[in-house]
Design a protein around this ligand. Structure first.
Ligand code: ZN
Length: 360
């Protein structure tokens, strides 16, 4: 399908339709929602000396040119996340912002090792996030799930200990049994193929967790195949480089494997030179189960709505495309069958209102 760039009038129409759609967030690192204001506030609380004094200086510092450069800053930011209140505030702050963008269901990534390595107790982190999630459900009717991720550039054994801690917390407290829904794999991808984590993923699967992994952002298509064949993932994060392999694309289409695309993140990390090079339109034209996400919105300077706007403008996305992306985000989620039915009903009702609105 050929899409043309929207003129100002068409762009306004498509965006005003998009305001009525609902979204599921499937690729969001909670630590990546630490905005400059909260970073300054927490640094003050803990008397941590930062290199930057103002919000503007922090934003200027977020001009990294690679995934590794970004991760160095990101882990520095995590250092001010220490007690229950910090994690509770961080989580509720993000969920409140997401609710304003019509997000109805959020699956949050958390990196346990980033915190346990600093002596922070994982159970406390999870409890704070769960309480914030409960408050978001009470205030906005929004549902959430949690996906702890293994840092692939950390020692393999530390990853195994992390899996055991997650399973232990999940078993000890019945609130977490279904809420901690899956195991993920993230951080620096190059030189850390998914197959290194075969045992970890097998153990998690046996204990009843679903599986997802970052693959094919920087790594080659072979890493995507490994995530599918060796780890047995239920979903792929990024998978941008699948487009380099025709057979892989055909398989992803046939299996309708959900893919969480993060175009703006790839632009900011220098994975692509310009947003158009991300080829989100190709993902749609190939009939893949693709949806758009923000990854680490505070660091990349774009939350859900800004990301969507940029994609509509760059790829000339149509109203049909947007509706498809909304539905894909529901289909690709790990929500229960019953919740997916509710979300789909909301999506259809929203789209109907959107069409009515633009025809007025
Ligand atoms: Zn990510």
């Amino acid at each position: 399908m050929t899409r043309t760039k929207h003129n100002a009038k068409e762009l306004a129409k498509v965006l005003s339709f998009a305001r009525f759609l609902i979204w599921c967030v499937l690729h969001l690192h909670i630590e990546g929602t630490l905005d400059a204001e909260l970073l300054l506030q927490l640094a003050k609380k803990y008397k941590v000396k930062l290199k930057w004094k103002t919000v503007a200086q922090i934003r200027a510092a977020y001009q990294f040119s690679s995934l590794d450069e970004f991760l160095a800053l990101y882990y520095q930011g995590c250092n001010v996340l220490r007690d229950y209140d910090d994690f509770y505030t961080l989580t509720l702050r993000y969920l409140t912002r997401a609710a304003r963008a019509n997000v109805r269901h959020v699956e949050m990534f958390v990196d346990p090792q980033t915190h346990t390595n600093r002596g922070i107790e994982l159970a406390m982190v999870i409890e704070a996030m769960a309480d914030a999630a409960l408050e978001a459900q009470r205030q906005f009717g929004m549902t959430t799930l949690l996906i702890p991720c293994l840092l692939r550039d950390h020692p393999i054994e530390s990853g195994m200990d992390t899996v055991e801690s997650i399973l232990d917390i999940r078993q000890r407290d019945k609130r977490f049994k279904n809420w901690i829904v899956a195991l993920g794999l993230d951080s620096s991808e190059a030189n850390y193929p998914p197959k290194l984590f075969k045992r970890h993923f097998q153990r998690a699967k046996e204990a009843g967790l679903l599986l997802t992994a970052h693959a094919g952002e920087e790594g080659p298509p072979a890493y995507i195949r490994q995530a599918m064949k060796v780890l047995g993932v239920n979903r792929l994060d990024h998978a941008k480089r699948c487009l380099e392999d025709r057979k892989l694309v055909a398989e992803l289409r046939r299996t309708q494997m959900p893919i969480t695309n993060c175009p703006w993140s790839s632009l900011r990390l220098g994975v692509v030179n310009k947003l158009a090079d991300y080829r989100l339109d190709t993902f749609l034209d190939e009939g893949l189960c693709s949806s758009i996400h923000t990854d680490d919105p505070a660091y990349f300077g774009a939350y859900e709505w800004q990301t969507l706007e940029a994609c509509v403008e760059t790829f000339g996305l149509t109203m049909d495309d947007l509706f498809q992306l909304s539905i894909n985000s529901i289909v690709g989620s790990f929500a229960s069958k019953a919740r997916k039915i509710e979300l789909k009903a909301e999506a259809y009702a929203g789209a109907a209102r959107g069409f009515q609105h633009i025809q007025l």
